[in-house]
Write a protein that binds this ligand. Structure first.
Ligand code: SF4
Length: 67
């Protein structure tokens, strides 16, 4: 079942280890400062979003259920 999650990224907390970009490239990308940013939509990728959020050591990835 799809949860239809939306994602928020706290760039201030990001440690730059690129775990999230390895799990979901195209959704998470690294910028020139070595921090992750949201590069695209993640529709239909709830399981990968949950994995990225749970593995982020900075707890910088927040997930919310879409309305
Ligand atoms: S997993 Fe977390 S700490 Fe690592 S790059 Fe992604 S947002 Fe930053």
């Amino acid at each position: 079942m799809e949860l239809h999650l939306k994602v928020k990224l706290d760039r201030e907390s990001c440690l730059g280890d690129a775990i999230c970009t390895a799990i979901l490239p195209g959704v998470f990308e690294m910028d020139s400062e070595g921090k992750a940013y949201l590069a695209g939509g993640a529709e239909g990728k709830d399981n990968d979003l949950l994995e990225a959020a749970s593995l982020c050591p900075a707890r910088a990835i927040s997930l919310m259920q879409k309305d």
